[in-house]
Write a protein that binds this ligand. Sequence first.
Ligand SMILES: [Zn+2]
Length: 395
Amino acid sequence: MDQLDKAFSSRSTNASRERRVKILSLLRQRGPMTRAEIARASGIAKSSVSILVDKLLLEGHIHEVRSSSDNRSKSVRGRPGDLIVIDPSAGAAIGIEISFGKIIGVIGDVSHEVLASTTIEFDSSSNTNQMMKMCQSIVSELLSTTRVTPSRILGIGLGIASSINKFGEDRYNFSQEIANTTTIATKLSDLTGFEIHVENSANLAGYAEMIWGAGKAFEYFLYFKLDQDIDGALIVNRSVVSGANGGVADFGHIVLDVNGPMCSCGLRGCLTAYAGLESTIKQASVALGHEVSLKNFLDFVEKSDFLCKQLMEDCAHRLGQGMSYLSRVLNPEAIILGSSCVTLSPEFTRVLSQSFSKYSLNKNQYIRILDGQLGELAGALGAAATVLNHPLVSI
Ligand SMILES: [Zn+2]
């Protein structure tokens, strides 16, 4: 083989390897796909996809599964039996979300099957070290429940309620102290021995809804997360936009009324100050004349306590108002609402939609407002997905 032949052969081998990696990366990020979907998403010609997929099937890197046994959207086109899924033994990812009063963990494999989930509650006095030890317990429990060996774990995604700047150096306010997010990742990595990817939990939940939940059908939507505070995610062209410094979609701090209640950001009348669960519970405690926990409050709402039900309605009303103001600027296809703390009732969504309609311009009346489909697991699932998004370098 002369030098020219060798160079050509090496280039074509590299190109083939790159395309194989691209296909495997896609399957890892998006879950089961048809050959046609792989071709569309990768930009590789259908005929080449067919050849590469057949080779990967032969080598055991991927499997073919029947679409009828798959729980994907009915909108997925293709013949039954032509869904391609990455070999589950290629690895698994753990996702953890530190939420309002609880830590939620999930473990899923690279084929996007959720293997187990668990939750630990914590009290408001817990410090960073204690929280990281609780995360470590979650990891141990998930591994022992599923019998997944640590060598199969590709990493841990950790969702926290803070914006993460591009240097990963933003600060997270645990109950008793301010902790640097890089420090949090290092502590958890030291405790578990795994690589840690830290991200804003609303961005993660929005991302998870885009891949598996209510956002599957949309290219451009807003995700609102109702937790201790209000936070959100902006999804454009099926990507979560983080902004120049991680600060996009801080929806909780749009000002509804400059004379409104004081907000933690230093301004008055932010959406969070009206509709965040922490402020709503504080209002309930003042009105009832005694300290109310989130659980007590939700029990009262469930039992149709007039005052607590009214506070939840006020929360829905303010959320609808905030969503309408944002829609004037962003004009999304849809708005998806989720929470890792509360199961939102149809009545909540009805009040919210009514309020949205009341404050919206005509052109925004068509915007669909939907409940998320992943419930309290959305943030943790998104955290696991960030691990699967980590680029493959070789196969
Ligand atoms: Zn604020």
